[in-house]
Design a protein around this ligand. Structure first.
Ligand SMILES: [Zn+2]
Length: 112
C-alpha cells in the first residue's frame, strides 16, 4: 500500500543530510582558514614587535567601544567583549576575547 512512499522519503532525507553535512564541512573549512589567517597575523605581529611577547600582567575586560583589536585589526564592537591590558612600553592593547586567547597561545614558545 505504501510501497514507494517510504523509499522516496528516505531518499529525500539522505539528500538533506548530505546537503547539511556539505554545508557544515564548508563552514568548518572556512572557519579554519580564517583561524589560520588570524594565527599568521598574530605570529607576524609577535615577530615584528607589534604584539608583546611577555605576558600582560593584568588584564581586564569589558564592553567593546569600537576599539581596534591588536591581533586581527578589526573593530571590537559594542556588542562584543574586549580584553584590555597594558603591554610593553605601557602601551594599552585591546583584543577580542578569542584573539586574546590565540595571542596568549602563540606568544608562548612551543613545548612549555
Ligand atoms: Zn580580534
Amino acid at each position: 500500500m505504501n510501497g514507494g512512499g517510504g523509499a522516496a522519503i528516505k531518499g529525500f532525507t539522505v539528500r538533506l543530510l548530505r546537503r547539511s553535512f556539505a554545508s557544515m564541512a564548508n563552514s568548518l573549512w572556512r572557519v579554519s582558514m580564517e583561524l589560520e589567517a588570524l594565527l599568521q597575523l598574530i605570529r607576524q605581529k609577535l615577530a615584528d614587535g607589534r604584539l608583546p611577547h611577555n605576558s600582560i600582567p593584568r588584564v581586564w575586560g569589558g564592553q567593546g567601544n569600537n576599539e581596534v583589536c591588536g591581533a586581527c585589526d578589526r573593530i571590537i564592537e559594542k556588542n562584543q567583549f574586549v580584553m584590555e591590558g597594558i603591554g610593553a612600553a605601557m602601551k594599552a592593547v585591546q583584543f577580542h576575547v578569542r584573539c586574546f586567547y590565540y595571542w596568549d597561545a602563540e606568544r608562548k614558545p612551543p613545548g612549555r
